[in-house]
Design a protein around this ligand. Structure first.
Ligand code: 13P
Ligand code: SF4
Length: 357
């Protein structure tokens, strides 16, 4: 049962002591979060992976791309463990290295490679953290950078200092919402369809563009609608609506604020007692925030339960299994990024870590 698993995890953690550090993303279920040494958004957890160099193992309760990032940023002899190897991210899977390389080559034919009078190259690649290490490596190799939902605007500014435009993948919504807030007109953000020649775009559209958006999205955040926000406002006058920037643009526009999971957490913590919050992000986080803040009324905008199904694959049973494996000297479910991409992927991540939001 659940109590038995909880007891096994606690016992294994105690026996392992500082040999292991457990990281938990905000979207993990409570039964996992209660065992985490660090809880955070994807940016904070990337940082946390560097905080315990003495631990021989980092158990990452999150999804595959986060574990890869932890492997890239941690010490080489530290093992990063993903308790369930099936915990991927459907958005990250929407951009693969072959289609992005193909796009990049077509863009080079349209733009050439000559910098303009201000020394800005025609285009730089920017990948959302939610992407494979191979794509981070692609960015590192081509002068590009990684961003998360908490630093996307600062990263785009970094890129616009060096390039006339960016190719942004995989999440079209984060790209569009962020660039729009920076004043980039929608006409200058064409959507690239990887199944069509030139992404299905006219050459002039590409020449006029500032941000070329990849056609990816998060199936959890795509569910939020403007109608849900209108309903929340009608039923709860004065409600504060905060959504994640992976939501579609009309939803972000209709909300009061948009921000990363950590932004949402902090906004709620700093809210005047008695505030009603309607939140557009993963339900495990929303429910936990509601439990932690009885002084507010907090609910998820989507009335149908909307967990991230892959985050949810980190069942406590897997956590117990990998910890008990470590006790027996058996490193289960280790995630390692191949040497061929690790160097350049690390370069792209380090460029991000050096950007001050
Ligand atoms: P955060 O960077 O806000 O943690 O988001 C990660 C994620 O996967 C959101 O869907
Ligand atoms: Fe990926 Fe969406 Fe899940 Fe985040 S919530 S891990 S973007 S599928």
């Amino acid at each position: 049962g659940d109590d038995e698993l909880d007891r096994r995890i606690t016992a294994a953690r105690q026996a392992l002591g500082s040999r292991v550090v457990i990281l938990g993303h905000f979207y993990q279920r409570d039964e996992v979060i209660r065992h985490a040494d660090f809880v955070g958004d994807s940016f904070q957890l990337a940082r946390a992976a560097t905080q315990r160099p003495e631990a021989e193992a980092i158990v990452f309760c999150g999804v595959h791309f986060m574990a890869e990032t932890a492997d890239l940023l941690s010490r080489p002899d530290q093992a990063v463990i993903l308790p369930n190897l099936a915990a991927g991210c459907s958005m990250a899977d929407m951009a693969d290295i072959d289609s992005v390389t193909d796009c990049w080559e077509q863009l080079a034919e349209v733009y050439g490679t000559e910098p303009d009078a201000e020394g800005r190259v025609p285009v730089l690649p920017v990948t959302y953290m939610n992407s494979s290490a191979a794509l981070k490596g692609f960015c590192g190799e081509n002068g590009g950078i990684v961003c998360t939902s908490s630093n996307a605007a600062a990263v785009l500014e970094w890129a616009f200092k060096r390039a006339q435009r960016v190719l942004f993948f995989p999440d079209q919504h984060l790209g569009r919402n962020t660039a729009k807030a920076m004043g980039v007109p929608l006409e200058q953000m064409p959507l690239w369809n990887p199944r069509k020649d030139l992404g299905g775009l006219a050459e002039q559209e590409l020449l006029d563009s500032r941000v070329i958006l990849w056609n990816g999205f998060c199936s959890v955040h795509k569910r939020f609608t403007v109608a849900q926000i209108e309903k929340a406002r009608a039923e709860h006058p004065g409600v504060r609506v905060i959504v994640h920037p992976e939501c579609p643009m009309p939803v972000v526009d209709a909300a009061d604020e948009a921000g990363s999971t950590d932004y949402i957490r902090k906004a709620i913590a700093a809210g005047a007692p008695g505030t009603t919050f309607a939140i557009g992000t993963e339900v495990n986080l929303v429910n936990r925030l509601a439990a932690e803040h009885p002084e507010h009324a907090i609910f998820c905008l989507d009335p149908v339960i909307c967990p991230c199904s892959t985050m949810y694959r980190i069942h406590p049973g897997y956590l117990a299994w990998v910890l008990e494996g470590l006790l027996e000297g058996d490193v289960r479910n280790r995630i390692t990024v191949a040497d061929a991409t690790a160097g350049s992927a690390r370069t792209a991540l380090q460029r991000m870590l050096a950007v001050r939001p």
